[in-house]
Design a protein around this ligand. Structure first.
Ligand code: HEC
Length: 162
């Protein structure tokens, strides 16, 4: 059981390729951070500038967008659960299990599995549709680019993966 759970996390990590440019010194640095967590099959060009061209998810832009989430979520390591659970390391983590002392709804617990980029994309598009009855009172991010960027940001907020 433990082994299979670990395998699931490894698989999840594999479909969330994180490419961090060498020489990255934090968001205040000059080297751009390039993180590609675009879930397969998700069209991030819908409202993009280069129609039809690939787009790399932008974690720095995701950090800006996370301000809407920050009303309810902390994301730093060891941060508190507020209205919603702390989100440090949530990408690749089991759904509704990472913060055992947080009171997740049964609706979210029933989802099971792990937070892959693809599932986070569906969740952030419309939480109430992904887990009917969830307590996450957030309408969702309609723009697929916004979702990809927020997921890219979340992927930078966790233990380093190899
Ligand atoms: C109005 C408050 C609120 C806002 C805004 C909000 N959330 Fe949430 N979030 C919650 C609550 C409450 C839960 C727990 C839901 C449950 O148990 O049903 C949650 C759960 C989550 C989870 C699951 C965590 C886990 O451990 O399984 C993720 C991921 C998440 N939110 C991401 C986001 C992101 C990203 C944003 C911004 C785009 C956001 N949330 C905006 C309140 C909020």
């Amino acid at each position: 059981m433990k082994g299979s759970a670990l395998l699931t996390v490894v698989v999840a990590a594999a479909i969330v390729p994180v490419v961090v440019a060498v020489g990255f010194h934090g968001f205040g640095g000059t080297t751009p951070l390039r993180v590609d967590t675009t879930p397969p099959g998700v069209d991030t060009t819908a409202s993009g500038t280069k129609a039809g061209g690939p787009r790399t998810a932008d974690a720095a832009r995701g950090a800006d967008l996370f301000r809407t989430c920050a009303a309810c979520h902390s994301v730093g390591r060891g941060g508190p659960d507020v209205d919603g659970p702390n989100l440090y390391g949530v990408v690749g983590a089991p759904v509704a299990e990472r913060r055992p002392r947080y009171g997740y709804t049964q609706a979210l617990r029933d989802v099971g599995g792990v937070w892959t980029a693809q599932r986070l994309d569906a969740w952030l598009k419309e939480p109430a549709a992904f887990a009917p009855g969830t307590a996450m009172g957030f309408a969702g991010l309609a723009d697929p680019r916004d979702r990809a960027d927020v997921i890219a940001f979340l992927a930078t907020q966790g233990p380093a993966r190899k």
